[in-house]
Design a binder for this molecule. Sequence first.
Ligand code: DOR
Ligand code: ZN
Length: 367
Amino acid sequence: MSTDRVSVPAPADWHVHLRQGEMSELIAPHVKQGGMSLAYVMPNLSPPVSNAEQAASYIKSLEALAPETKFLGTMYLGPELTPDEIRKAASLGIRGVKSYPRGVTTNSDSGIEDYDVYYPVFEAMEETGMVLNLHGEVPSDASKGICVLNAEARFLSHLEKIHARFPRLRIVLEHATTRAAVECVRRLGDTVGCTITPHHLALIVDDWAGRPINFCKPVAKTPDDRDALQEVIREGHPRFFLGSDSAPHPLASKYPSPASVGSTHDFVASCGCAAGIYTSAILLPLCATILESFGALDKLEAYVSANGRAFYGEPAPAGSEITLRRASSKIPDAFVHPKHEDKSDADATKLQVVPFWAGRELTWEIA
Ligand code: DOR
Ligand code: ZN
């Protein structure tokens, strides 16, 4: 039976990048526009959000930009995080600590190399109920046979080890992309959750190889891996939920040109396109469209609201339903900061962000 309207209580995005400066001005209001009531915000700013005070003041700056959205803050796992700092952060309402292995993605240069030294921090997190959010990839190292395609599978032993040592610590394996990760999280206890992005429910390797707009970390994997992600969402497994990993980059960073990088030499030497896919502004209709495409529309509420809210202990506020109606709507080609609207598209300084599936049709819209 096909429905024409779907209502979901207070959708929540448990992994989103909202940046700083002009980028933040442009996209913080998009969280609500995309149908989300709550955003759990990543700390990989430049420099990273590395202590309790910085996290609290970052959340205040987001609230000023988008007063109707509830923002929950995180800190970047690093040397400033002592057990005392964790207790201070918990008292300020900061909810989690994000760990990035060094060098695996955007602004991860100060990421960690070894988890054992953080065990006293994890202990304080366990005590205070703070969540450990793991970017689940090990750094590429050809001498050990590690590359972007197996970096997540090779990470899973770290997850298992931390969980075995701290069984009461809530841990989220972020943006899982592989069957191995899904099976691993299924095997572990109730304190281990897993976010799955809508784009990883749609993409495979072929979609990003040669197409910077679909390039993100971790990279999308094989059709079988994508099937495993779809299966666990179709099943409505309670520990798997939405974290969009919406990660905007200016178009000039996704598609660098010699002019934007400085010289042909620098361009050829460096040409890495930025990793990240932008979905905040279209998120709920995108999730509905993608879930319906693999027969899981009846699990939309579990995916975007119930499961993540239960894991984090953040029940949906009363009267907070949002309704989608079946209607074809075109995804915008780009979102441009108002201060940059007069610039030409060729201007490398123009702040414009191209969303996932730009120009394509969604089959649901917010009513
Ligand atoms: O693709 C990604 N982009 N993955 C991440 O882990 C970070 C993110 C970003 O901040 O751009
Ligand atoms: Zn992320």
